[in-house]
Design a protein around this ligand. Structure first.
Ligand code: AMP
Length: 421
């Protein structure tokens, strides 16, 4: 019996791997332009980090974590998201003593034990940014501009940015009481899960898919209507900046987002797909998180983008045309066995010049080398025999057009680099 990859995981190879790398390259380039530094943290952490940093009443922590004991009897969890790890590293290395705001980005696998379906995996990848050390609305506006810039640069269409403010520790308890009052009148009609959420975290009821619960919560007070003055003016300014910067958005008072640490601005982006797996990215402000994890009182804001969903969206929208093509690949075929050393020497010289090249390592006959060159989609083929070696002039055949030009090595390299004659 053969062994299959674990449920909810994917292998990337071939064209999808190329697309994946195109996405990564675009993200890295944008991060350079927006002056963010990369941070890499381990894929596993102490379970406590997520209990404290994500919140033990969230679905992620409650139901979806890959938690296990290691051989030293420590409770370990495969990271379900990136922000808690970045915050942990930030505190551990005293990075708040360096220039603020700190601007970090990360990219890597995340793990959540949920029911796999299209767009939802048990190992998936997130790209995210974190801006630490500023509570100014201008920072929120910049972060929102960046998430939208990423999607538009990748050629994604039908983008919808939904924003909300989820308040702060001053206004949230007031809203919570108002909400509980509304819910208590309808308690019997809530689903059992929401009945248990009522005490622990009534805000979570906003995320319930049950129609009965939805119709009850819809009639209830929203946090946005209960914002304190500080949160109100903060939110107003964020929206003003978005208007000024020409970033389109819609207000969604029902959006509360899944994680406990969010405060003030919360947002989510989708791109035309409907249903539960429609979100391609989301984030928000988390002004209490660093302190919650034992660090200084330092605000932060960030987002995470799901790379599998981005890939699916670009494929569905057929938007991979903007994918830049790298340097052309050359296959150097040898006419007979005795020409192989010269052929491989030419391969080496092309590679030295930074040109992707390959030669025969299967002792194939010329016809079979051509077949192979076709299969690997070589852009050019050079066929090298005694004559070519002696004259140091090489026939460069364009596999698309079929045209062939004979050139010495320096001209060949120029052509392949696209530098012309
Ligand atoms: P979250 O950390 O839940 O706010 O998720 C941020 C983004 O990660 C979402 O918008 C999705 O694009 C992506 N994402 C979250 N969970 C999964 C999953 N199980 N599989 C694939 N992508 C996911």
């Amino acid at each position: 019996m053969t062994i299959k990859g674990p449920k909810g995981t994917q292998d990337f190879y071939g064209i999808r791997m190329e697309r994946w790398k195109h996405i990564e390259k675009t993200l890295n380039r944008l991060m350079e332009i927006y002056s963010f530094q990369e941070i890499r943290t381990p894929v596993f952490e102490s379970t406590d980090l997520f209990l404290r940093g994500v919140g033990d009443t969230t679905d992620i922590v409650d139901k979806e974590m890959y938690t296990f004991k290691d051989k030293g009897d420590r409770s370990i969890t495969l990271r379900p998201e990136g922000t808690a790890s970045v915050a942990r590293a930030f505190i551990e290395h005293g990075l708040h003593q360096e220039a603020l705001p700190a601007r970090y980005y990360y990219m890597g696998p995340m793990f959540r034990y949920s029911r796999p379906q299209t767009g939802r995996y048990r190992q998936f990848h997130q790209f995210g940014i974190e801006v630490l050390g500023t509570r100014e609305p201008a920072a929120d506006a910049e972060v929102l501009e960046i998430i939208m810039k990423i999607f538009t640069t990748l050629g994604i269409q039908n983008l919808k940015l939904e924003v909300n403010s989820v308040g702060c520790p001053v206004c949230r308890p007031v809203h919570r009481e108002a909400l509980k009052e509304h819910l208590s009148a309808n308690f019997e009609n809530l689903c059992p899960t929401c009945q248990s959420r009522y005490e622990k975290n009534p805000l979570r009821i906003f995320d319930c898919k049950n129609e009965g619960c939805q119709s009850i919560i819809k009639e209830g007070p929203t946090i946005t209507d209960h914002l304190c003055e500080d949160c109100q003016s903060h939110f107003r300014l964020v929206l003003t900046y978005l208007d000024q910067n020409g970033v389109p958005y819609v207000l969604n008072k029902m959006m509360v987002r899944g994680l406990d640490y969010y405060s003030k601005t919360a947002f989510e982006v989708s791109a035309g797909r409907e249903g539960a797996q429609s979100s391609i990215g989301g984030g928000g402000r988390y002004d209490g998180l660093i302190e919650e994890l034992g660090g200084p009182e330092l605000p932060g804001i960030g987002f995470a983008i799901g790379l599998e969903r981005v890939l699916l969206t670009i494929e569905e929208q057929d938007a991979f045309h903007s994918m830049e093509k790298g340097l052309p690949m050359v296959y150097v075929a040898n006419v007979s066995e005795s020409d192989l050393p010269q052929a491989l020497s030419l391969v080496r010289q092309l590679r030295e010049a930074g040109i992707p090249a390959q030669g025969d390592t299967m002792a194939r006959k010329l016809k079979n080398q051509f077949k192979y060159a076709n299969k690997i989609h070589a852009d050019y083929v050079i066929t090298l025999g005694e004559d070519e070696s002696a004259k140091e002039a090489y026939p460069l055949k364009n596999m698309d057009s079929g045209t062939e030009v004979i050139m010495p090595l320096p001209a060949l390299i120029k052509t392949l680099r696209g530098e012309g004659e």
